[in-house]
Design a protein around this ligand. Structure first.
Ligand code: AMP
Length: 250
């Protein structure tokens, strides 16, 4: 089984986001960038399939400017066998990413594509679903447990009121949720080895893709600052404030 894993470079999850002064987006200059946390989980799941003998190869792919090679080297250090960088701008829409992955699937013929359930920068939660539609493949989204039997991926999803299990015929698509696994931290010798490992380079035009932007960001702004809370000395004072100031009690 050949597994393709899509990894996106995003602002590190522990960095406090700063809005660019011109309101055009989020500041990324001089900001720590990392692999999208859900994609680390996707990669960990794929690497475990190779380690357990269920998959033969994990290919990590990232679409974006040269800087995404940093995340691809992390993917190689974690244990991916190959890495593919598809050169593009950093702000592609999910449909363009899905079409690019579709074209890559035609070249690489993977049995399974694993993605994060969402990228934490745009929170779109669209790419896996769009790729599923474009490919006409089965898909399970937001997967929290995964096993393989009789040529099918059996995926567990946390849904309202319980757990849903789906059998996905391969080739198929899985998008992963936080509880699937704890991704490994690459070891220093593997990080050093990954620095010298080859990364295959492609462009969008190599894959016949044009990056059409259908959405325009009009403005990005900070949420309004909350007025600080006040401490009250008694329940009667609280009720008095709720009644007279907050207007929440009759
Ligand atoms: P999204 O639909 O933007 O929330 O992204 C969902 C998933 O699609 C991510 O977790 C990644 O696995 C994949 N993905 C999105 N954008 C890219 C990209 N530029 N390069 C590689 N994978 C991506």
């Amino acid at each position: 089984m050949k597994v393709l894993v899509a990894v996106k470079r995003v602002v590190d999850a522990y960095v406090k986001i700063r809005v660019a002064s011109d309101g055009s987006g989020v500041e990324t200059a001089n900001t720590k960038m990392s692999m999208n946390p859900f994609d680390e989980i996707a990669l960990e799941a794929a690497i475990r399939l190779v380690e357990s003998g269920q998959a033969s190869e994990v290919i990590a792919v990232s679409i974006g400017p040269d800087a995404v090679q940093e995340q691809l080297r992390t993917a190689l250090a974690m244990g991916a066998q190959r890495a593919i960088h598809i050169d593009a701008s950093a702000d592609l829409e999910p449909l363009t990413v899905a079409k690019t992955l579709q074209a890559l699937c035609a070249r690489e013929t993977p049995d399974l594509v694993i993605l994060g359930k969402q990228a934490i920068d745009d929170d779109s939660n669209q790419t896996g679903q769009m790729l599923g539609a474009l490919q006409g493949w089965g898909q399970a989204t937001s997967v929290s447990a995964l096993e393989f039997t009789q040529g099918k991926a059996v995926a567990t999803r946390e849904i309202d009121g319980g757990l849903e299990r789906l059998a996905v015929t391969l080739p198929g698509i899985i998008s992963v949720d936080l509880r699937l696994n704890d991704p490994r931290h690459p070891k220093l010798p593997d990080i050093m080895k990954a620095k010298r490992a080859p990364i295959e380079a492609l462009t969008l035009s190599d894959l016949g893709i044009t990056a059409n932007q259908r959405l325009e960001v009009l403005e990005v702004r900070e949420p309004p600052t909350r007025t600080p809370g006040v401490r009250v000395d008694s329940v009667s004072e609280l009720i008095e404030k709720l009644r007279n100031e907050a207007g929440v009690m009759p």
